[in-house]
Design a protein around this ligand. Structure first.
Ligand SMILES: NC(=O)c1ccc[n+]([C@@H]2O[C@H](COP(=O)([O-])OP(=O)(O)OC[C@H]3O[C@@H](n4cnc5c(N)ncnc54)[C@H](O)[C@@H]3O)[C@@H](O)[C@H]2O)c1
Length: 252
C-alpha cells in the first residue's frame, strides 16, 4: 500500500528544486499533488513528468505572500478534491544574492516570502486539513534557521528561524485537531534559483570542506524523502521536531 493513497498534498514552490522533487515523491506514493507556485511553465513540465510516471498532479498559481491567493487555492482544492491532508510550506528565496547585509528591502522580502508565506499557508490550510480528519504540515526551514552564516543576508536566518519556532507553536496548537507539524532543515543543497554566492562552485567546495562531515552536497530527493516521512503515518507520534538533512552540518 502506497503511503499517500487517496490523500491530497499541497506543495508550495513545487514547480522547481526541492519542492518539485518532493511533489514527485508524493505522487509516486499515491497522493494527488497540488503544485502551488508562480512558475506555470516549470509546473507544466513537472506535471508531465508525474503523469508519465502514472501519478496525478495539478498546478494552481499561488504567491505565498498573497492572502487572497491562499483563500482562492483552498476553495479550488476543496472544490476539486473535497479534502487536504498535507501542506508542505517549501517556497522560499535565498539570502545569498544580496551585496548589502543592511538592505532593508531584502530583509522585508525574505521575511515576507520565507516566514509570512508559511504563516499564511498554515492559517488557510489548517481548517481544510481539520475538516479532512487531520493530517500533517511540514515546514521547510534550513540549517540557517538554527545557526548563522556570515555570508548571507540576516533576513534569511531570521526568516528560517521564524519558521523553526512557528513550527513548534503550530505543533502545540494543532495537536488536538490531529495535525502534526514538523520542520525540515536542509543543509548545502543544489543552489536555489535566487542564490548568489552559494551557487559559486569554489565557495561551495570551501563550505563542504569546512562544515560538512559527509563532504558532499545533499540531493533534492534526500530532502523530499524526509518530508514524506514526517508527513506520513510512519511519523504518527512525531510533532514539533526539527529534522536536519544536512550531512552532519549541525552536528559540529
Ligand atoms: N537550496 C538550498 O541550498 C537550501 C538549503 C536550505 C533550505 N532551503 C529551502 O528549501 C526551500 C526550497 O528551496 P529550493 O532550493 O528548492 O529553491 P528553488 O529556488 O530551486 O525553488 C523555490 C521555488 O519556490 C517558488 N517560489 C518562490 N517565491 C514564491 C512565492 N512568493 N510564491 C510561490 N512560490 C514561490 C519558486 O518559483 C521555486 O519554484 C526554500 O524554502 C529554501 O529556503 C534551500
Amino acid at each position: 500500500m502506497r503511503r499517500f493513497e487517496n490523500k491530497v498534498a499541497l506543495v508550495t514552490g513545487g514547480a522547481f528544486g526541492m519542492g518539485a522533487a518532493t511533489a514527485k515523491l508524493f505522487a509516486l506514493e499515491g497522493a494527488k499533488v497540488v503544485i502551488a507556485d508562480l512558475l506555470e511553465d516549470e509546473a507544466s513540465k513537472r506535471i508531465n513528468e508525474i503523469t508519465e510516471l502514472g501519478g496525478e498532479a495539478i498546478y494552481i498559481e499561488l504567491d505565498v505572500t498573497n492572502e487572497d491567493n491562499w483563500e482562492s487555492i483552498i476553495e479550488k482544492i476543496d472544490g476539486a478534491y473535497g479534502r487536504l491532508d498535507v501542506l508542505v510550506n517549501n517556497a522560499g528565496i535565498s539570502g545569498s544574492g544580496y551585496q548589502d547585509q543592511g538592505d532593508v528591502k531584502a530583509w522585508e522580502d525574505l521575511m515576507r516570502i520565507n516566514a509570512t508565506g508559511p504563516f499564511l499557508g498554515t492559517k488557510h490550510c489548517a481548517p481544510l486539513i481539520i475538516k479532512s480528519g487531520g493530517g500533517a504540515i511540514v515546514n521547510i526551514s534550513s540549517i540557517s534557521g538554527v545557526v548563522g552564516q556570515g555570508y548571507i543576508h540576516p533576513g534569511y536566518n531570521a526568516s528560517k528561524g521564524a519558521v523553526r519556532t512557528m513550527t513548534k507553536q503550530s505543533a502545540v496548537r494543532f495537536a488536538k485537531d490531529g495535525i502534526r507539524v514538523n520542520s525540515v532543515h536542509p543543509g548545502i543543497m543544489p543552489a536555489m534559483r535566487t542564490s548568489g554566492v552559494t551557487a559559486d562552485p569554489i565557495h561551495r567546495q570551501k563550505i563542504l570542506d569546512a562544515y560538512v562531515p559527509m563532504k558532499r552536497a545533499g540531493e533534492a530527493e534526500e530532502v523530499g524523502k524526509a518530508v514524506l516521512f514526517l508527513a506520513s503515518e510512519d511519523a504518527s507520534y512525531i510533532t514539533g521536531v526539527e529534522l536536519p538533512v544536512d550531512g552532519g552540518y549541525l552536528a559540529i
